[in-house]
Design a protein around this ligand. Structure first.
Ligand SMILES: Cc1ncc(COP(=O)(O)O)c(C=O)c1O
Length: 389
């Protein structure tokens, strides 16, 4: 199988696995125990957290470790909005957010919050899929508690201008949360300089293990109060109870370090592979439509490609080429039969959204396999067209 679905998840890098294993086997102490085995795990975990704080440029005590970005988004948004000292009752997000944000907004709306969903720029523009900044500016008012904007989109790779968005929010006294799940490890993320108040990330998108994530809470400019969503033993300053996961935390820290060591050259390399797919396919198949920002812009993740076929559904194409792992939507919306909400938010009709596919090139892809992939995709597409005639 050739894996080209690196927005759904990434293979855990063998160097990450190697760093994690001792913390599952020999050093198995509970990091909250006071004996030597516990202290051992606690100090390794603290070192890992300090490394991540440096990588993200945040104070060490602003990191809360979680089970992944879904939990981080829930804790950030529901935790902030339901804090007893939170008096504002308006919240703002973007139509192309992940369900782990949108569903929390929908729930808060049912509990009386006023919600504004800001659109993205439509398909056809070179920066299609980037949040409409004018509409966002108009949406934030003096009653806005929180604005949530994803840093990079998981389907079309659109990158948001986070620094400008942070300024808009803070000018009106609102806080900013960013689901940075697809950004951390892929593009530089500097929380203090960008001035984001809450930031979610997960290890399995950056060649780390599944089941480990983090939430940045506050950034030294502003205090953020959260109502805990998981209560119990009072770990992590009471913000997120539960025994911490030393192996997972050492895994995510190692994974971040590896991403940071080679980010620039890695991005150049995967952009070349991504462009290779696009130019081979456009040369062989007439009428492909690129979804999201232009490939040459700095507004799209380097490994991301998303486009609509002229006549064949993405799901059928996937079935015709089972040796290649790619996707006909995001892993989450692919589980439902509805067309992708991200693509319809761009202005694609239902048929075009169903004819769309997403590729995510990653660390373990090479140019020789990309050539094979293109041949198989072109051949599979021709077979389906012949069948349709
Ligand atoms: C943008 C975005 N947010 C949140 C998530 C959920 O992350 P996790 O699987 O760690 O809960 C994902 C992964 O699918 C994602 O791509």
């Amino acid at each position: 199988m050739i894996y080209l679905d690196n927005h759904a998840t990434t293979r855990c890098d063998p160097r990450v696995v190697e760093a994690m294993v001792p913390w599952l086997s020999e050093h198995y102490g509970n990091p909250h125990s006071s004996h030597a085995l516990g202290a051992d795990a606690q100090s390794a975990m603290e070192n890992a957290i300090a490394k991540m704080a440096q990588f993200l440029n945040v104070p060490v005590d602003s990191l809360v470790m979680t089970s992944g970005a879904t939990e981080s988004n829930n804790l950030a948004i529901r935790g902030m909005c339901t804090h007893p000292r939170q008096k504002r009752r308006h919240i703002v997000t973007v139509t192309t957010e992940h369900p782990a944000v949108l569903d929390v907004f929908a729930e808060l709306q049912q509990h009386g919050f006023r919600v504004t969903y800001v659109p993205v720029l439509p398909t056809g523009l070179s920066n299609a899929g980037v949040v409409d900044m004018q509409r966002l500016d108009e949406a934030i008012d003096d009653d806005t508690a929180l604005v949530s904007v994803m840093w990079a989109n998981n389907e079309i790779g659109a990158i948001a201008p986070m620094k400008e968005i942070a300024r808009m929010c803070h000018d009106r006294g609102a806080l900013l949360h960013s689901d940075a799940t697809q950004a951390v490890g892929r593009i530089p993320v500097d929380v203090i300089n960008t001035d984001i108040d809450l930031l979610s990330a997960t290890a399995h998108k950056l060649y780390g293990p599944k089941g480990t994530g983090l939430l940045v809470v506050g950034n030294s400019h502003r205090r953020v109060r959260l109502n805990p969503q998981i209560v119990g033993g009072g770990q992590q300053r009471g913000i997120r109870s539960g025994t911490m996961n030393p192996a997972g935390i050492i895994g995510i820290a190692t994974a971040m370090q590896l991403c940071s060591d080679s980010m620039l050259e890695h991005n150049e390399r995967i952009a070349r592979l991504r462009d290779q797919i696009w130019s081979r396919l456009t040369a062989a198949i007439d009428g492909l439509h690129l979804n999201g920002p232009g490939l040459e812009q700095g507004e799209r993740l380097s490994g991301n490609l998303n486009f609509a076929l002229p006549a064949i559904e993405g799901q059928a194409w996937m079935s015709a080429v089972p040796e290649i792992a790619f996707s006909s939507g995001s892993a989450c919306s692919a589980a439902h039969s509805a067309p992708s909400h991200v693509l319809t938010a761009l202005g694609l009709d239902e048929s075009m959204a169903r004819r769309s596919t997403r590729f995510g090139v990653g660390r373990f892809n090479h140019s020789d396999e990309i050539e094979t992939v293109c041949e198989m995709l072109i051949e599979g597409h021709a077979r389906l067209l012949a069948l349709a005639k």
